[in-house]
Design a protein around this ligand. Structure first.
Ligand SMILES: NC(=O)c1ccc[n+]([C@@H]2O[C@H](COP(=O)([O-])OP(=O)(O)OC[C@H]3O[C@@H](n4cnc5c(N)ncnc54)[C@H](OP(=O)(O)O)[C@@H]3O)[C@@H](O)[C@H]2O)c1
Length: 342
């Protein structure tokens, strides 16, 4: 391999992303400068947040420029280092790009040297032991202030973050209900992840009533991954002084019109709710403890891991579009196959 295969942004995305929004180029393998290291990327984390960087507008990160390489969290191995603190073979998690080789440094966003445990697949460090699992853990503990005996509801419950939220809440002694988009996902979260109940928002009709049928006394914590009509419905299912953990609003990410209206906001006052948004990188100091606890639960078989792995860098655009249209279950990621022909 003497070229760096890269996936670029060809056209800004409005509405649903399609593979045609992305390009493919080959360029020389970059050389690390002083204090920098060269990483061979092994896994790309596919995340809905990337959708927000494809529109040409800033949100909490700069937009990816046209013809720029798509940015995303990766796990990779150091193959050349000009920083004495890092050696060839070290495994690094970092906000890199969709390419075979990236140059980064300790100053890069999310940069973390991993200490992979024997027998733990490296792919877990973009999912259950990476941003998905730690977002779930930090959101439930730091924002949700989870306590045993509570009722917890999570949306996008069969996904990377949601499946971890439900399982962590179960481990904390809570009753857990997941909201999902298909019966297949509903069965999966109950049978495989041990949720106490599931609601399919595509067939439930009245989502508030469907949740209240499973939680007649109301909901203590709603972990919101989707916003929109599901958030609106959940405002009517909360207990007094319940907490809504605002993690993401994927139902708005592909909308071309205004965001979905939230008409039940008065319930925040009437029920004295706390709604709090958070971004994982603000809670960076909480990540090591979260990772340690998650690793223990996974090793003990208390938490099940589901991965949706796409093999080959050239398939990253298609895989990302599948994530954004609800076709994946568990953690969506790309394994960068260095031997593959693009
Ligand atoms: N705050 C943070 O720091 C942070 C960190 C990581 C992730 N997040 C957020 O967490 C959420 C989940 O991310 P993830 O990586 O775990 O993705 P994911 O849940 O694995 O995949 C996204 C899922 O969202 C659901 N979905 C898509 N469109 C929807 C719609 N219109 N209405 C309802 N559900 C819809 C689909 O599941 P169904 O088939 O069940 O609809 C889809 O499988 C996203 O909003 C993301 O932005 C936030």
């Amino acid at each position: 391999m003497n070229q760096n295969r890269q996936i670029t942004l060809l056209r800004h995305v409005q509405g649903n992303p399609t593979p045609e929004h992305f390009g493919y180029v080959e360029s020389p393998i970059p050389e690390p400068g002083e204090g920098e290291i060269l990483i061979r990327n092994l896994y790309f984390s596919l995340e809905p947040a990337i959708r927000g960087w494809l529109e040409g507008k800033a949100n909490y990160f700069e937009p990816i420029p046209l013809n720029g390489v798509v940015r995303g969290p990766t796990v990779g191995r150091v193959i050349k280092s000009n920083d004495p603190a890092y050696r060839e073979g070290d495994v690094i998690f970092c906000m890199n790009q969709w390419e075979d080789y990236s140059v980064c440094s300790v100053e890069s966003i999310l940069f973390e040297k991993l200490n992979p445990k024997e027998g733990v697949p490296l792919s877990y460090y973009v999912g259950p032991l990476g941003g998905s699992g730690t977002t779930a853990y930090v959101g439930l503990h730091e924002i949700g202030h989870i306590k045993a005996g509570q009722t917890v509801v999570v949306s996008a419950a069969a996904g990377a973050t949601g499946s971890m939220v439900g399982q962590i809440a179960r481990m904390r002694g809570c009753r857990v209900i997941g909201i999902v988009g298909s019966d297949e996902k509903a069965n999966m979260i109950v049978d495989e992840f041990g949720f106490d109940g599931a609601v399919n928002y595509n067939t439930a009709g009245d989502i508030t009533a469907a949740v209240m049928a499973l939680a007649p006394e109301g909901v203590d914590i709603y972990f919101d991954n989707v916003g929109g009509p599901i958030l609106n419905a959940m405002l009517l299912a909360m207990k007094v002084q319940g907490r809504i953990v605002c993690c993401g609003m994927i139902s708005d990410y592909n909308r071309t019109e205004n965001p979905n209206p939230i008409t039940n906001l008065w319930e925040v006052v009437a029920r004295q709710l706390t709604l709090q948004g958070f971004l994982l990188f603000t809670y960076h100091d909480k990540v090591p403890a979260a990772q340690a606890q998650l690793a223990e639960w996974i090793a003990a078989g208390d938490i099940r891991v589901a991965e949706h792995i796409t093999r080959g860098i050239a398939k990253a655009p298609q895989a990302f579009c599948e994530l954004m249209s609800g076709k994946t279950k568990g953690k969506a990621l790309v394994e960068v196959d260095l031997t593959e022909e693009a």
